[in-house]
Each structure stands twice: as structure tokens, then as C-alpha cells.
Design a protein around this ligand. Structure first.
Ligand SMILES: [Zn+2]
Length: 386
């Protein structure tokens, strides 16, 4: 007897084949039979007439590292049909916790009311395993966390001993359950790393059979060069590359899409394993602090907030913005402040869902000041949709 029989649905099995009208039987927690008109009895029968059935979806790009600890039921994913998540993306993982990385992760755990009971990657994985999560989890170790742990969050290069320390941390994390290395070369402190540093760390992940997931260095004006860097890392480190949330941000960059696709196709033909994921809407989400030029993003969340309280810094930022210098491409090609909407800021729920344009008008401020005030007040923890 089956435990569950799902009757009359249209099965899309993920192999790329044609949709199939079939019943699906489940026994002992596994799919036992997929054929038309199953005759077996079942403890529970579900009528799926007019509905589609598919295997659980894999979300290759998620940041549920800490929220899975808050609510292991993962309802926001399960209800979309996602049953496997790759976490630790964009260079940010909740472990290993050492040095300056401790405070950066704590800023997030505090916000979520979580106690930071782990230190190394294995400790985090143990915490995830008990009580467990509703989704399967593929955790990555993040370069930003590793670099923050060894070098802090400023614009510095590692000496040989520091390079070894970072390699050791990546190796340890891989041995303790990480399935790959992620980088966020768009964000500090990962942004300060040269390509060779990432190659060296990716080699360690490759030794453990891991993959390399990259939030590339630029997703707008210098997007093609950034894709080329990710491919180069894959070639040199002999590791499979997954380019995260592939996009060409900024209206002026949209026309480069054919060149980008051709570049990826050519790479695949040379035998380098490169893939990409993409979200199905033309908006992106990030910390609002990512709109700042890199010189203003250094030192971690608290340093950013403090810096923005300095009128001299604001004057310089205003000048940079006006001149639209190349290093400020983080503004991501937005045309108007109505295109930047606040999505996360627990301390000020009244700003959620409102654009910088609306907030600045309501507060009688210039939009740049309204944005800087939000970043300063949230210690860098305010989220936005562009
Ligand atoms: Zn990212």
C-alpha cells in the first residue's frame, strides 16, 4: 500500500521531456511509481486534477544561512516548491567566526534575535542539523567572511602567512561540510582581493571536490570583464564556476547581452564548467550601503555608519555622485530615486516598501541625505530593491 497517491496531475519530471498525464505514488518517503491510473491503495489520496507535479526545485542562490536557524520550516521556500537551497552565497557565510568577522556576523544574528553558538564551520553545520531544516541545504564558505576573519574589512593585501591562514580556513570549512567557495567581489572586503587570491582559495575548494560560486566584481558597466574574471578563476583553479544572479544592470548595459551569452557559450565549448543562475525579474536586492563608492564602504558596518555622520564625508560623496565617477558604478544605472525601494529595516517599519524619492520628500531632505541617513541609522543593515 502506498502512503500517498497523487492522482490526475500533469507530471513535469525535470528531464526536459514532454509533460506526462500520470498518477504519482509515494511510499516510505520516496516516489515509488509514476504511471497513468495507479490501481494501488493509498493511505491518503490527493486529487491533482488541473495541477502540475514536479520534483522539488533547487534554489542555487539563497541567503537563508541565518533565517533557517530562526525558522527551520523554511516556509517561504517550501511553499514555492523549493526543496534544496544553496546557502552562503556572495562571499557571506556565518562561519568561520574569527577576528573582525565575528562582529559582522553578530550584527545580523542580533537583528534576528539569534544566539551565535558556533565558531567554526562545523559548529554552524551542527547547529543547522539540530533540529534540522525542511529543505536540503548545500552550504558554501564565504570569501568575505574568511577574508574578514584574517585581514579585517579594509583595503589590504595578504602577506604569505595571511594567505596560508585563509587557505587553511577554507580547507577546514570544506572538511567540515562546506560544498564550495563563494565570493562577493562586488562587496568589501572581497572587492579588495586580486584575482590570484581567489584562484588560490578556489584551488583549496577544488581539492575537496567543491564548486566556485561568484557574485562577480561588477554587474553593470564592467560586467563582461567581471564574467571573464570568474571564468579565469575556474580555469586556473580547475573548478566548476557558477555565476550568481547573472545580469547586466543599468539600462545602458542591456544591449551587451548577446556578447555575454556568446562569451559563456564559447567558454563551455572549451570545456570549462561554467553555469549561471538568474532571477526572473529585472530588479535586484542588496544592502543600501552598496550604493556607496568603495572608499566609503571600508571597515565594516559600524565604520560605514560612523563615516556617514561626518559632514565632510557627505560633501565628498555628493561631489562623487554628481561627477558620476567610474568607481561609483554601484549606483547600478538607476535613473531615478523612485527606482530604489527600501525592503528591510526593522527599526523603522514606516519606510518599508517606500522609495528613496518618497522618503526624501516626506522627510523634506535631499534624496542622497535621506539614503545616507537610512544607512547611518541602521548601521548598514538596511536592505533595498533596485
Ligand atoms: Zn549576490
Amino acid at each position: 500500500m502506498l502512503d500517498i497517491l497523487i492522482k490526475g496531475g500533469t507530471v513535469i519530471d525535470g528531464t526536459g521531456g514532454a509533460p506526462l498525464e500520470a498518477d504519482v505514488g509515494v511510499a516510505d518517503g520516496r516516489i515509488a511509481i509514476v504511471v497513468a491510473d495507479v490501481a494501488q491503495e493509498a493511505a491518503r489520496t490527493i486529487d491533482a486534477q488541473g495541477l502540475h507535479l514536479a520534483p522539488g526545485f533547487i534554489d542555487p542562490h539563497s541567503h537563508s544561512d541565518l533565517t533557517l536557524l530562526v525558522d527551520p520550516r523554511a516556509q517561504s521556500k517550501i511553499r514555492q516548491g523549493v526543496t534544496t537551497e544553496v546557502i552562503g552565497n556572495c562571499g557571506f557565510s556565518p562561519a568561520p567566526l574569527l577576528g573582525a568577522a565575528v562582529d559582522e556576523v553578530r550584527a545580523r544574528t542580533d537583528l534576528l534575535g539569534l544566539e551565535m553558538t558556533w565558531a567554526d564551520f562545523g559548529g554552524y553545520v551542527d547547529r543547522l542539523r539540530s533540529p534540522g531544516a525542511a529543505v536540503n541545504v548545500v552550504p558554501l564558505v564565504g570569501h568575505n567572511t574568511v577574508r574578514g576573519a584574517v585581514l579585517g574589512y579594509c583595503d589590504v593585501q595578504p602577506d604569505p602567512a595571511q594567505m596560508t591562514a585563509m587557505q587553511d580556513l577554507v580547507g577546514e570549512a570544506m572538511a567540515q561540510g562546506a560544498r564550495g567557495l563563494s565570493t562577493g567581489l562586488f562587496y568589501p572586503p572581497g572587492h579588495y582581493a586580486r584575482t590570484d587570491e581567489v584562484v588560490e582559495l578556489a584551488r583549496v575548494a577544488a581539492r575537496y571536490g567543491g564548486a566556485y560560486f561568484s557574485h562577480i566584481r561588477s554587474e553593470s558597466d564592467r560586467g563582461l570583464a567581471a564574467v571573464a574574471e570568474a571564468i579565469e578563476i575556474g580555469q586556473k583553479a580547475e573548478i566548476g564556476v557558477q555565476i550568481a544572479h547573472l545580469k547586466l544592470a543599468g539600462y545602458r548595459n542591456w544591449s551587451k547581452i548577446d556578447g555575454l551569452v556568446a562569451m559563456l557559450d564559447d567558454t563551455v565549448r572549451t570545456g570549462v564548467r561554467v553555469g549561471a543562475d538568474q532571477y526572473p525579474y529585472h530588479a535586484s536586492s542588496c544592502w543600501l550601503a552598496a550604493m556607496l563608492p568603495y572608499w566609503a564602504q571600508g571597515g565594516g558596518a559600524k565604520a560605514i555608519a560612523e563615516r556617514l555622520r561626518d559632514p565632510g564625508v557627505r560633501a565628498q560623496l555628493r561631489l562623487d555622485w554628481k561627477e558620476n565617477r567610474a568607481e561609483w558604478e554601484n549606483r547600478r544605472g538607476v535613473r531615478a530615486w523612485s527606482e530604489v525601494v527600501i525592503s528591510e529595516f526593522d527599526a523603522r517599519p514606516e519606510v518599508l516598501g517606500r522609495s528613496i524619492a518618497e522618503i526624501s520628500e516626506a522627510e523634506g531632505k535631499d534624496p542622497l541625505d535621506a539614503a545616507f541617513d537610512l544607512i547611518a541609522a541602521s548601521a548598514g543593515q538596511v536592505g533595498a530593491v533596485w
